[in-house]
Ligand binder design. Sequence first.
Ligand code: UDP
Ligand code: MG
Length: 308
Amino acid sequence: MSSLISLVVPVFNEAVSIRRNLAIILAAVDDESDIELIAVDDGSTDATSLELARAARDDPRIRPLYFTRNFGKEAAIHAGLVASKGACAIVLDADLQHPPALIPEMLRHWRSGFAVVECVKVDRGDESWLARVYAQSFYWMFRHFAGMDLRNHSDYKLLDRAVVELYHALPERRRFFRGLIHWAGYPTARIPFEVAERELGASRWSRLRLLRYAIDNLTSFSSLPLHLITALGFMTLALGVLIGFNSLYQKFMGVALDGFTTVNLLLIIIGGSLMIALGIIGHYLGRLYDEIKGRPPYLLKPPPREDA
Ligand code: UDP
Ligand code: MG
C-alpha cells in the first residue's frame, strides 16, 4: 500500500502569503517521505496562480490545480480530493488558521485506525459578535433540523483513502464537506485546536456570502427569486401581526366594524404563511433544479504562463 500523504489546500486570492504558507505547511510534514500538496486555485483574481506555478516549479511536492473562475471553497476541496492519490488526505486552509503543527498528531490517530480525524475549534478566534450569532444560529438549525451537531467543526480534517473514495462517489454536486463527512459516520478521532489569527489579508467570506452558505451551502442564481418569496412572506407576516394588533385594539375600543378584524387577521396571516411555505418549497425545487442540470461543480484550466 502506498504511504503517500496528500495535503489539500483551497486557495483564493492569497498571492502575498501563499508561497510562505505552503512552505510552513510542508515543514510540518518534513518527517514524512512521501507527500503531495494539492493547492487548488479557486479562480483567484490576484497573482495566486502565478505564485502557485512558481512554487510547483521549485518544489515537486506541490501540485496546483487552477479553476477557470471562483467556484467556492467547497468546490476547491472537492477538486483537491478528487485529484489526491494519497493513502490519506488532509484538508486545510491556506492562511495558516488551521495550525499545520497538528498534522503529525492527525497522522498518529489515522495510523492507529481512525478513518477520519477532525480538528474541532475550542474557540472561534477573532470573530465579530455578529459572526458568532450567525454561526450559532446556523448550527442550532443544523442540530434541530438535520439532527447533526456540527458546532465548532471545521474543514480541517484528515480522511482515509476509503473516505476520499466515498466522497468521489457521492452523486451530489453542491456539497457541504463538514456535514457529509459527519453523515458518512466513519470512526472519527477529534483534536481540539485554537483558530490562529489570519496574519495577512481578511477572510474571503463576506457576511452575505456566509449567510448564503449557511442557508444552503452555496445558492445558485436561479433559485434566488424563490428565496425572495420567502423573505416577502416574512415581511407580510410581520406587517400582518402589526396590523392585527391595531385591528384588535380598534375592536376593543369599539371603533371597528363588526367582523372586519377577523377578516383582516385571517387574510394577512394566511397570506404571509402561504408565501413562506411557497418560498420554502421553491427553495427545495431550486436545489433539485441545480442537481438535475448536472453541471460540473468546477472547471479546470491549464497552468498560467510566466509571460502572461
Ligand atoms: N477560499 C477558497 N475559495 C473562496 C473563499 C475562500 O478557496 O471562495 C479559501 C481561502 O483561500 C482559505 C480558505 O478557503 O484557504 C478559508 O477561507 P478564509 O480564510 O477566507 O475563511 P475563514 O477563515 O474566514 O473561514
Ligand atoms: Mg481563514
